[in-house]
Design a binder for this molecule. Structure first.
Ligand SMILES: [Zn+2]
Length: 247
């Protein structure tokens, strides 16, 4: 019964979408990494992005104007990681805030030794537990160019990670996945990455396990061969997690 209501509601949103498939296609053509999707996947991505825009509000900060092009670009890339998972993976929060460029953020962080660090940081994005995703458009507009960097995917993957508590590189896994295998592979390769540089993998991933997962997810969707070369087993478990094979 509930799923019937949900289906009806979703169909209503899709029928009343402000964007046509042609509008979506035009936006998708600018995001190079989407060119691997087949026709069926592409139209599912358009539907998901339509539901996403209905579910989340996208607001500009510091005078940044949210155009239709911005909304479509963010929605398409935000929905790529959940293409085969569903919008319920972005449940429990409602807004995306976009700054024109990198922005200053007052920070208080507690490190692994329990020391609190306070200060000001320049950021290109962040994801708050049960709160908004924040992005800098200057960085986000270059996402999807197949260069291995994608701040949109990065921040939205943190959201997946936060579904079962604090971001720690351990999102809720699929029912057919072995949590122990995930932990073993992720911890082992994270330790390795802290010691060794890998071609195409941003050093920011060595910060902590949550950033490792987010950075490697960017590579998974942008330049998957680099992930296979560096950490083949992570590629393999990410295929199982995201239910996609970008290679
Ligand atoms: Zn991050």
């Amino acid at each position: 019964m509930f799923s019937m209501i949900k289906d009806w509601r979703e169909q209503h949103i899709l029928d009343n979408s402000e964007f046509t498939d042609a509008d979506w296609m035009q936006a998708a053509e600018r995001i190079v990494i989407l060119d691997r999707l087949n026709k069926d996947e592409m139209s599912r991505l358009f539907e998901l992005a339509t539901l996403f825009l209905d579910d989340k509000s996208i607001n500009g900060a510091q005078g940044f104007e949210i155009t239709d092009a911005v909304r479509k670009s963010i929605a398409l890339q935000a929905c790529l990681p959940i293409l085969n998972l569903g919008l319920e993976w972005y449940t429990g929060w409602s807004s995306v805030i976009i700054y024109p460029g990198s922005y200053k953020s007052e920070t208080t962080t507690v490190d692994e030794y329990g020391i609190v660090h306070e200060g000001t940081q320049h950021r290109s994005g962040e994801a708050w537990q049960r709160g908004p995703v924040i992005l800098s458009w200057k960085d986000a507009k270059h996402s999807g160019e197949r260069d291995g960097h994608n701040v949109v995917i990065h921040e939205f993957v943190h959201k997946l990670d936060m579904l079962n508590g604090r971001a720690n590189g351990f999102p809720p896994l699929q029912p057919d996945m072995d949590p122990e295998r995930w932990t073993t592979i992720m911890s082992r390769d994270f330790e390795d990455f802290q010691k060794h540089r890998k071609s195409g993998l941003d050093r920011y991933g060595a910060t902590n396990p949550a950033e490792f997962f987010a950075v490697l997810s960017e590579v998974f969707f942008e330049t998957p061969q680099k992930l296979v070369d560096a950490y083949p087993e992570i590629y393999e478990i990410m295929v199982k997690f995201f239910r996609q094979t970008p290679m």
